[in-house]
Design a protein around this ligand. Structure first.
Ligand code: NAD
Ligand code: TYD
Length: 358
């Protein structure tokens, strides 16, 4: 039975990935989820599988060498899927230090511990050991509005402390592959959306604000473009890269689904109005009057767009969920899980929200 060590599995993409993997492989795999449970990590995201005998949660920090080594010593880990990171650009602008610590030093520690556990005295590695580093398209910087795509060969040009720290972590993985022949892959994915996303990111923040009748804060002119991918498509891509991808390669993951932020906000309003029952009192306030243009983000990247040609040609991966269907599924999920939203927005969230948007 193959054993996966997933880092950051209590966060948005990590928890969707764990659900996807148990859905696909059932109890033919074991998953150990290593997560520090920062503000972004929520064990509630995995409540339905916490009693599964093939699932283990380890509450630890990826920077903690002893804790990570212990996991490798006590388990024969076959695959590492490394999601754990600080992931929000606005927070990185306010406080870059923790991004360097977690994203750069944490990744360095994960690499060192995996190498220590896996490398043979002659410098080779057992065949089925693989490390997948989950990264972002933001490492490539910003594209002009009128054209161009991010390819795997696009030079890195990060602008925010978040993307710079992710670029640093990618470089460490590349260095391990080049120096030690360490068996790894990197995936650079575009913006994800779907269930369990923390409401500091555009889509869940707008859904939550609209339902509560709060204003919808659009940065700058609202015309920045992101390339949106339904999170389950990302989970499937990660699994396929480990199953069918060539080791040592980077794969860009995205679905040619570019949208301006303002289009996303208007779509959310439209779909919310369609989904709400006729007699729901919230219908009275959910309309475009809620949209408020606010000061732009510092260093705001104008456009991201992935060219997924390589992953499509080599692995046959393509997105399966089109945006219209994905955004409706996402909105329905937030409707059906309002208790989840209430739990994650209690406590520290309001302090963050007030500091960020007041
Ligand atoms: P998230 O912020 O929702 O979750 C991050 C998880 O990592 C949380 O569970 C948190 O508790 C955990 N974590 C943070 N610091 C840790 C530490 N020091 N030790 C152990 N665990 C720690 O993030 P996400 O949106 O799920 O992103 C996951 C990964 O995917 C990140 O590496 C991110 O850069 C990358 N990515 C995200 C997107 C996106 O649109 N969200 C797109 C492309 C790539
Ligand atoms: P976000 O979800 O933070 O992802 P990223 O910055 O990593 O792409 O933001 C997506 C886009 O939405 C980005 O251009 C910034 C914009 N945005 C707003 O206009 N208002 C908001 O309140 C937030 C959180 C984001």
């Amino acid at each position: 039975m193959r054993t996966y060590l997933v880092t950051g599995g209590a966060g948005f993409i990590g928890s969707n990935y764990i659900h996807y993997m148990f859905g696909k492989y059932g109890n033919d795999i074991r998953i150990i989820n290593l997560d520090a449970l920062t503000y972004a990590g929520n064990p509630e995201n995995l409540a339905d599988i916490e009693d599964n005998a093939n699932y283990t949660f380890v509450h630890a920090d990826i920077c903690d060498a002893d804790a990570v080594r212990k996991i490798f010593e006590e388990n024969d880990i076959d695959r590492v899927v490394h999601f754990a990171a600080e992931s929000h650009v606005d927070r990185s602008i306010k406080d870059p230090g923790v991004f360097v610590r977690t994203n750069v030093l944490g990744t360095a520690n994960m690499l060192a511990c995996a190498r220590y556990a896996w490398e043979r005295p002659d410098g080779t590695y057992p065949e089925d050991k693989k490390f997948l580093h989950v990264s972002t398209d933001e490492v490539y910087g910003s594209l002009p509005e009128d054209g161009g795509y991010f390819y795997e060969t696009t030079p890195y040009a990060p602008h925010s402390p978040y993307s710079a720290s992710k670029a640093g972590s990618d470089m460490l993985v590349r260095a391990y592959m080049d120096t030690y022949h360490f068996p790894a892959n990197i995936t650079n994915c575009s913006n994800n959306y779907g269930p369990y996303q923390f409401p500091e990111k555009l889509i869940p923040l707008m859904i939550n604000n609209a339902l509560l009748g709060r204003s919808l804060p659009v940065y700058g002119d609202g015309k920045n473009v992101r390339d949106w991918l339904y999170v389950e498509d990302h989970a499937r891509a990660i699994d396929l890269v480990q199953e069918k991808g060539r080791l040592f390669e980077t794969y860009n993951v995205g679905g040619h689904n570019e949208k301006q932020n303002i289009e996303i906000v208007k779509t959310i309003i439209e779909v919310l109005r369609e989904e709400l029952p006729d007699d729901d009192p919230r219908r009275a306030h959910i309309n475009e009057d809620l949209i408020t243009y606010v000061e732009d983000r510092k260093g705001h990247d104008r456009r991201y767009a992935i060219a997924p040609d390589k992953i499509k040609a080599e692995i046959g991966w393509e997105p399966e969920t089109m945006f219209k269907e994905g955004i409706r599924k996402t909105i329905r999920w937030y409707f059906e899980h309002q208790d989840w939203m209430e739990h994650v927005t209690s406590g520290q969230y309001m302090k963050y929200y007030e500091e960020m948007y007041s």
